[in-house]
Ligand binder design. Structure first.
Ligand code: BG6
Length: 470
């Protein structure tokens, strides 16, 4: 659809940026914090761990000043569950609670709306040792944790995000990592974890209505569209298979509290159906989201499964994420799109398409909580970071968001990844995403100075003109 004049961004559009606790904070064992699965993990060789990260725990005031100067209207960050409950449950840690009081107050004082993720991959290790999400007690622990957050911060937080990228956790557990000496769960276990997490999320969404009725709450999933490799009908089925199993089946459970029929058949045939307790569907159906938070990076192109091991291959440049599944789908190259230096497909139009599909299907407002380009940014001799590729990436995606809004999609915010450089989930510190460069090496921490990249100034102008000066 071509338009003569795309619509303007709404006046109250939340121009923001994102991070997560374990990737930015550091201070992994300070302030009474307990160990999370991330702290207990082996890191891929040659990459930094998360112990210091961007040292935001100690420098959050300086960082928020920079966010404020950037003009951010919103900041999406996560609370480390283990700062609040070092053992995952039991007694809350006042020092941890006080840290997020200070962080949230500082944001509000700077006119920045906090978008708070409760759980971004960093499950308390103490819970993991007792079976993690396989154990129904983790559902109770998450409910207690969320209740504590609502009670403490409910009066100042208007947007809550429950769980970050549950679909990544379930489909690619190796991408987030597993604690040292551990093994990857079986598929059956993963779908049981998925079910338990959905029940926990349902409980927490209902609790939000009770304890913090002014606030809005929603899940954050990594959503994308799948293109069929050719016009062969079997390729279309394969693309639909993967689009459903990878994305919509998770949102169907989160939004409607019901299993997508294709997912159900897929699980049933493999004997991977989860154990479901009597009131689980009731809980999931009562706890409905107010919005959908969507992380979008790229699209994929899909062909019919060959029925052999050839279907399965690692994602380009990334041995930890295997794509393809025998009998379900096979990944194909897309000749029409570029890729980042890390092999991720760059597809701004795919963002418009995905926004349309999600809005049509669920009719809920959408906030984009991640989108960005990982690159080995360089601090040049002039003391600057010339990340024109990032400006190009973000500009092209924002243009497509504007078109999606013109298409009629209700998008109320854009929080690209990341507000500043953070440690990549599994590819170290060298893979950077931020508007602000943090001067540290993979292992050499240097001074950790904060340096505004070229993209910082560009985004600052864009925000100040509400998206007009793109
Ligand atoms: C998202 C995660 O999947 O992708 C973030 O929510 C992550 O935590 C981001 O950092 C980018 O991925 P990566 O592996 O390049 O850091």
């Amino acid at each position: 659809m071509h338009y003569k004049t795309p619509k303007d961004f709404p006046g109250n559009f939340l121009w923001g940026a994102s991070t997560s606790a374990y990737q930015i904070e550091g201070a992994w064992n300070e302030g009474g914090k307990g160990m999370s699965v991330i702290d207990a993990m082996d890191h891929p060789e040659g990459t930094a761990g998360f112990t210091v990260a961007s040292d935001h725990y100690h420098r959050y005031q300086e960082d928020i000043r920079l966010f404020s100067e950037l003009g951010l209207k919103a900041y999406r960050f996560s609370i480390a569950w283990t700062r609040i409950f070092p053992n995952g449950t039991g007694e809350a840690n006042e020092e941890g609670l006080a840290f997020y009081d200070r962080l949230i107050d500082e944001l509000i004082a700077n006119g920045i709306e906090p978008l708070v993720t409760m759980y971004h991959f960093d499950l308390p290790y103490a819970l993991d040792e007792q079976g993690g999400w396989l154990n129904r007690q983790t559902v109770d622990a998450f409910t207690l944790y969320a209740k504590t957050l609502f009670q403490r911060y409910g009066h100042k937080v208007n947007y809550w995000i429950t769980i970050n990228e549950q679909n990544t956790l379930i489909l690619h557990p190796g991408a987030v990592g597993i604690p040292k000496g551990g093994t990857l769960p079986t598929k059956k276990e993963l779908y049981q974890q998925n079910h338990n997490m959905m029940v926990a999320q349902g409980r927490v969404m209902a609790l939000c209505k009770e304890l913090s009725p002014h606030a809005q709450i929603g899940p954050a999933l990594n959503m994308t569209s799948m293109y069929q490799a050719t016009s062969k009908p079997e390729d279309a089925i394969a693309a639909h298979n993967w689009e459903t199993l990878r994305g919509y089946s998770f949102l169907d459970l989160a939004v409607h509290g019901r299993y997508n029929p294709l997912l159900w058949s897929y699980l049933e045939e493999r004997d991977w159906l989860p154990r479901i307790e009597a009131d689980d569907f009731d809980v999931m159906q009562k706890g409905r989201p107010d919005f959908i938070a969507m992380n979008y990076y790229s699209t994929a192109t899909i062909a019919e499964s060959t029925g052999s091991a050839q279907d399965v291959s690692p994602r380009a440049g990334d041995q930890q994420i295997m794509l393809g599944e025998i009998g379900v789908y096979r990944p194909e190259e897309n000749p029409y799109v570029d890729k980042t230096k890390y092999g991720w497909v760059i597809d701004p139009v795919g963002l418009r398409l995905t926004l349309r599909k999600i809005y049509e299907r669920y009719a809920l407002p959408i906030v984009i909580t991640e989108n960005g380009i990982g690159a080995p940014d360089e601090l040049t001799e002039d003391g600057k970071v010339h990340d024109d590729y990032r400006v190009q990436f973000l500009r092209s995606h924002i243009e497509q968001i504007q078109l999606a809004i013109t298409d009629g999609v209700n998008v109320f915010g854009y929080c690209p990844w990341a507000a500043m450089d953070v440690v990549s989930t599994h590819q170290g510190y060298g893979k950077r995403y931020g508007f602000i460069y943090v001067d540290r090496g993979e292992f050499d921490l240097k001074g950790m100075d904060r340096i505004k990249k070229d993209s910082y100034y560009w985004y600052q102008r864009l925000i100040s003109t509400n998206g007009k000066d793109i």
